[in-house]
Design a protein around this ligand. Structure first.
Ligand code: ZN
Length: 75
């Protein structure tokens, strides 16, 4: 949302890196794509890729794929 306000011209084609922090404040692996608010907003804003840090490594999704997976997970 901050990038949309301050640098809207830089959003199309960009990559969003999502990170989760554990209770110890350190990076923690995320699960599967699930948040349909984030997935729809990034898709509609023109972000190209959504990256998650998973326990098996980093995973990059095209935002249209990420949005479909999130809605499928939300069921
Ligand atoms: Zn979200």
């Amino acid at each position: 949302m901050d990038a949309l306000r301050k640098n809207p011209d830089k959003i199309p084609g960009s990559t969003l890196y999502y990170c989760r922090l554990g209770k110890d404040g350190k990076l923690a692996p995320s699960g599967e794509p699930w948040c349909t608010i984030c997935s729809k907003m990034t898709l509609d804003a023109g972000v190209s890729y959504f990256v998650l840090m998973k326990s098996e490594g980093y995973a990059a999704y095209a935002t249209d794929e990420y949005n479909l997976l999130s809605f499928a997970y939300a069921g």
